[in-house]
Design a protein around this ligand. Structure first.
Ligand code: G1P
Length: 291
């Protein structure tokens, strides 16, 4: 079973300045909780039991968020604010742990994943990029589907969705003989990081959810710097695919790129409307705007 997930959170979030100047971009609030909580919950719902944060010295508030806060808990208890107490102590179920490791230098996503090598050991694991929120469209969790497919085929799973042709240069793009239907996987023939428009093998973009075998760590160790002069996870996956079957999983859910300001605003709207307590009033508020 796949129980470990790596969340690379060391990036400085320059796309989200000035908000990210003194708080991690992952801690920016989407409705009433930090963006990172949605990603961690997505992983937990898919059966993950250990969250591995690959982090940076400026990002301690992420670790603090998932830790207990004795002072706050005592105060809430004394004030008999039991609903809030429950909420802050039940952010994660008790069987889930959060550990962290530092990425000492910003050498790219592939390097960030490699920083968790010793924690992962010889187990297959998931990677979730926290900039992207994945909202389920149904009861199905896409990451859970990928894990089930990995269990069955033993092939690495790369989550993809179609993007407009003019945006292919912003993503990893996969090459498949047959385009998978949503919720299904197909064997991948290639993967390339941020191809030039007009040179992409398809419009199926890598959205930042992966299920990978432990072997990828050895490949990352010998991955040379690629696009942007960084060690790219995409390049190590391309190497893996030379010797093993790798599959592209086409997602069912909807993505929100919270690393970009407009994507973030879109996420706030969608998650706000879906919020169990605030949703109805928030929807009314939007209607009042009449834009
Ligand atoms: C990373 C990956 C890329 C992927 C993207 C998804 O790029 O390298 O393959 O498509 O995340 O958000 P980044 O956005 O970090 O440049």
């Amino acid at each position: 079973m796949i129980k470990k997930a790596i969340l690379p959170v060391a990036g400085l979030g320059t796309r989200f300045l000035p908000a990210s100047k003194s708080i991690p971009k992952e801690m920016v609030t989407v409705v009433d909780r930090p963006a990172i909580e949605y990603v961690v919950k997505e992983a937990v719902e898919a059966g993950i039991e250990q969250i591995i944060l690959v982090t940076h010295s400026s990002k301690a508030s992420i670790e603090n968020y998932f830790d207990r806060n004795f002072e706050l808990e005592t105060t809430l208890e004394q004030k008999k604010k039991f609903d809030l107490l429950k909420e802050i102590t039940e952010i994660l179920p008790s069987h889930v742990s959060v550990v962290s490791v530092r990425q000492p230098q910003p050498l790219g996503l592939g390097h960030a994943v490699l920083c968790a090598k010793d924690i992962v050991g010889d187990e297959a694991f998931a990677v979730l990029l926290p900039d992207v929120l994945v909202k389920s469209q149904s009861t199905e969790n896409d990451l859970a589907n990928m894990i089930a497919q990995y269990q069955q085929s033993q092939a690495a799973q790369i989550m993809v969705e179609a993007v407009p042709d003019q945006l292919v240069d912003q993503y990893g793009i996969v090459d498949v003989a047959e385009v998978p239907t949503q919720g299904q996987s197909q064997v991948m023939q290639g993967i390339v990081e941020k191809p030039a428009i007009g040179e992409a093998p398809s419009n199926l973009s890598v959205i930042g959810r992966y299920v990978l075998p432990a072997k990828i760590m050895q490949l990352l160790e010998k991955t040379p710097r690629g696009a942007g002069n960084e060690i790219q996870l995409t390049d190590a996956i391309a190497m893996l695919q030379e010797t093993e079957t790798v599959e592209a999983y086409r997602m069912l859910g909807q993505t929100f790129d919270c690393g970009s300001k407009l994507g973030y605003l879109k996420a706030v709207l969608h998650y706000g409307i879906a919020h169990p307590k605030l949703g109805t009033q928030f929807a009314e508020l939007i209607q009042e705007l009449k834009i």
